[in-house]
Design a protein. Structure first.
Length: 278
């Protein structure tokens, strides 16, 4: 069976889009990435030899219904992000029975949460609202796919869709070639994974990386900065999507770490800013 891999190299024609090509399961068939700075538009991997960059997200089919759900969860992230944190803990404990109190939730938001839960068919079952004790009860699907989606993959899928929408307008209107890849891995020829990136954008052979963090305890700002330095994309060609950072955090992190950071509500503006000036 074939895997799809993105083999990146600098072409003489910098407007030529970079394509995904078949990659066999045989590790010896992986191609070395050829990187040169002769065009002057690409720095990614210039210090690294004998590595493969490929996207597993290309072969990971996501049905339209699931993509739509991912975007809806992202749009309502501020409404349910604490609930998603509790669901994450339930999965860690392998406890499928879930009950959440809505005592501190405004009345109109209760129905938004309930409606969103009912749209999560396949992930959440038996959604019931108890008016007497003001709680929602349901059961979690304990498959790896359901767990992976609701504990973080939804954000990667939603961001991928938003980025594609932005580029179809921004780059499409200018006739600029681009590609968007999800779940990108950097591997050595012996199969050792060096790095994994949630989203990689390629515009005219320039690389941009978008990382998505859905958990509330992320604070490894310096590690992302170090990775961005390794790949030659600082400043302004990395963006972190993280909804728990305050406005003050964002100002400080962007200043010192030199990459963009945004929550889900400001994602569109930050991506446009990044590709316009990066």
């Amino acid at each position: 069976m074939l895997k799809l891999a993105s083999i990146y190299k600098v072409e003489e024609d910098e407007d030529k889009p970079l394509e995904a090509v078949p990659l066999t399961e045989d590790k010896t068939k992986k191609y070395e990435i050829q990187v040169s700075d002769r065009v002057g538009t690409i720095n990614l991997l210039e210090r690294m030899e004998n590595v493969i960059m490929y996207s597993t997200g290309i072969q990971d089919y996501v049905p339209p219904k699931v993509r739509k759900l991912a975007v809806e969860i992202m749009k309502n992230h501020d409404l349910i992000k604490d609930i998603l944190g509790e669901i994450r803990q339930k999965y860690q404990r392998q406890d499928k029975d879930f009950e959440i109190s809505l005592n501190d939730v405004e009345e109109y938001k209760k129905y938004q949460i309930l409606e969103l839960f009912r749209k999560m068919s396949g992930i959440i079952s038996g959604v019931r609202y108890n008016r007497e004790n003001n709680t929602i009860k349901c059961s979690l699907t304990m498959t790896q796919k359901a767990q992976r989606f609701i504990t973080g993959q939804y954000l990667e899928i939603a961001v991928e869709d938003v980025v594609n929408d932005i580029l179809s307008e921004w780059a499409g209107s200018k006739g600029i070639p681009y590609k968007v890849y999800r779940n990108v891995k950097i591997e050595s020829l012996n199969g050792t994974v060096k790095n994994e990136f949630d989203i990689v954008i390629v515009i005219r052979n320039k690389f941009y990386i978008v990382e998505c963090k859905s958990g509330k305890n992320f604070d490894d700002w310096n590690r992302l900065s170090e990775i961005a330095v390794d790949y030659g994309i600082l400043p302004q060609r990395m963006c972190l999507v993280y909804s728990y950072a305050t406005e003050e955090d964002i100002q400080s992190i962007e200043y010192f770490c030199e990459y963009y950071i945004c929550d889900t509500s400001s994602l569109r503006n930050k991506i446009i800013q990044m590709i316009s000036f990066g």
